[in-house]
Design a protein around this ligand. Structure first.
Ligand code: FES
Ligand code: FES
Length: 158
């Protein structure tokens, strides 16, 4: 049954009228129009729908609206600040770490979660952390390089 809920996404509060069992991905894309977050498998297996929920990389396709209430959510649209791309977004562009691009929002959000908890990950740690994100175009080496470059850029900004 539909009910009224408040969600905080990208530091903005939104009123949502939906059943609490609705997937967070559906709310983000259909109700709020934030289509940077992608629908891939819908089963928690590919990572295309990854957002940060309470700072943790989370598969929004298998997370319900009810589970997300009260926790800040960040989507790919929330990463740039004042017209400047997040270092991860910039590094993915600079390293040409995308082909079709479908997986990239989820990749970047997973990587953002990694760098928040481990600002200087080793290559092995990056590969391990990103192993749940699938890229059908096989862009993994460039993505790992982009994440390393972003980590270095973010350390340099401190
Ligand atoms: S769409 Fe959510 S993990 Fe694939
Ligand atoms: S760039 Fe095409 S799926 Fe990853």
């Amino acid at each position: 049954m539909k009910s009224s809920t408040e969600l905080e996404i990208n530091s903005v509060k939104h009123k949502v009228e939906a059943d609490p069992s609705t997937s967070l991905l559906e709310v983000i894309r259909q109700e709020l129009g934030l289509t940077g977050t992608k629908y891939g498998c819908g089963e928690g297996q590919c990572g295309a729908c990854t957002v940060l929920l309470g700072g943790q990389p989370t598969r929004s396709c298998i997370t319900t609206l009810g589970e997300a209430v009260g926790l800040p959510i960040t989507t790919i649209e929330g990463l740039e600040k004042n017209g400047r791309l997040h270092p991860l977004q910039q590094a993915f562009l600079d390293k040409a770490a995308l082909q079709c691009g479908y997986c990239v929002s989820g990749m970047i959000m997973s990587a953002a979660g990694l760098l928040a908890s481990n600002p200087t990950p080793s290559e092995a740690q990056i590969v391990e952390h990103m192993s749940g994100n699938i890229c059908r175009c096989g862009g993994y080496p460039r993505m790992v390089a982009a994440i390393k470059e972003a980590a270095e850029a973010m350390e340099g900004q401190k």
